[in-house]
Design a protein around this ligand. Structure first.
Ligand SMILES: Cc1ncc(COP(=O)(O)O)c(C=O)c1O
Length: 374
């Protein structure tokens, strides 16, 4: 179990911030890295050509360490939707085939597939139910072209067994695309065991990184794909600024061709590196264990108030979602915020996502506010 690490964050004592699934806070040292990076641009003569490439490489290496692959598999992107657009652009989808998504899947991982279905004449199929793994397994057929999933649903934390879904995809030759924005950094993920074609993650939630940064994993079998942008930095030889007009027809190695334009964000990427290094040092296994234990305690206490959590075995450990009954005030989240308790509501569920900064005092504040309004 990790100890309480509130001192690493800028969260006042009287604020119960239980909303990592909405936005992970930056640690003090992450803010310092971002500030230092922003100041570099005040003195552009200090920016060397190598600075354009070294920090993105560091992001690749750290992400590789986190999920178990080499830096060559990682592209640096601004958002989950950007990475999903790359996946959708490069996968073959034919008329009459299916693209499977979960019910209530996050819009960034649904709109793009609905559009591709419309463009290709494929069917967009929704997998839903109490057991999302079974729902996906039941929906996959010989006609499935793509399964677009996550490890845990953003609304209620329901888990999807990605190794099982991946095996079913491979059995029928379907591609697997993952959006791990709501799990990577808090829930263990072994990319070799799951072997998706593409995996995206926005960094501003459980990776505790800055907004407008994210990572894209690309399996080697997809390395010959087309990027969305044809920028100068994704081409072989880009390091030699004097020779950029010797236009290169070759891309840089591996997933680097998929990097976003202006990938060398001098403020955001150093900050992301500090956040990733810290998560690796804590270890995702330890984080998951610590957050799961905390949420189990919260679930038991909430049950005594008639707030029913999604069951332990169906829910990712780092998520706690409590079913609200109809008598709950429509503005419950705002009312709780007035008590300095920050959570989210998604559908009829209250989504509570504490982290290593959460103290016993935060928990007492949460329950006394819930008692007041429910
Ligand atoms: C599951 C999931 N994916 C992605 C995102 C963010 O998407 P994007 O990076 O496209 O803004 C969110 C934000 O809430 C999310 O919950």
């Amino acid at each position: 179990m990790l100890p309480n690490l509130r001192h690493l964050f800028d969260i006042p004592e009287d604020v119960a911030y239980l909303n990592c699934a909405y936005m992970g806070p930056l640690m003090h040292k992450v803010v310092e890295a971002a500030e230092k990076g922003a100041r570099v641009k005040a003195q552009p003569w200090t920016i060397k050509p190598s600075d354009f490439f070294e920090t993105p490489e560091k992001v690749r290496e750290l992400t590789g360490k986190l999920i178990g692959c080499s830096a060559d598999h990682i592209a640096v992107i601004p958002s989950a939707s950007y990475g999903l657009a790359i996946a959708a652009r490069n996968l073959t989808i034919n008329k009459g085939q299916s693209i499977i998504v979960a019910g209530e899947q996050f819009p960034s991982n649904r709109h793009i597939w609905a559009k591709r279905a419309e463009e290709t004449g494929a069917d967009l199929v929704t997998a839903d139910g109490q057991d999302l793994t079974e729902a996906f397994l039941g929906a996959i057929t010989a006609d499935t072209a793509v399964v677009a999933a996550s490890a845990c649903r953003w609304t209620d934390g329901r888990v999807i067994d990605l190794e099982k879904v991946s095996k079913a995809c491979k059995d029928v030759g379907a591609a697997l695309v993952l959006d791990l924005t709501q799990s990577l950094g808090a829930m263990p993920f072994d990319v070799k065991a799951v072997d998706p074609d593409f995996m995206v993650c926005a960094a501003y939630k459980w990776l505790l990184g800055p907004y407008s940064s994210g990572i894209l994993y690309v399996a080697e079998r997809q390395w010959e794909g087309s990027p969305i942008e044809e920028g100068w930095m994704n081409r072989a030889g880009a390091e030699n600024f004097a020779r950029l007009v010797d236009y290169s027809n070759r891309y840089r190695h591996g997933a680097r061709r998929f990097d976003m334009g202006e990938v060398a964000n001098f403020a955001a990427l150093p900050a992301l590196c500090v956040a990733l290094s810290q998560i690796i040092e804590w270890s995702v296994d330890n984080l998951y264990l610590s957050l799961s234990r905390r949420n189990l305690e919260l679930a038991a206490r909430a049950s005594t108030m008639g707030l029913l959590p999604v069951g332990e075995t169906e829910r990712a450990g780092h998520f706690l979602t409590l079913g609200l009954n109809e008598s709950a005030p429509a503005d419950l989240v705002q009312k709780l915020a007035e008590e300095n308790v920050y959570v989210s509501q998604r559908g009829a569920s209250l989504r509570i996502t504490p982290h290593v900064w959460t103290t016993e005092q935060d928990i007492e504040r949460l329950f006394s506010a819930l008692k007041k309004y429910l």
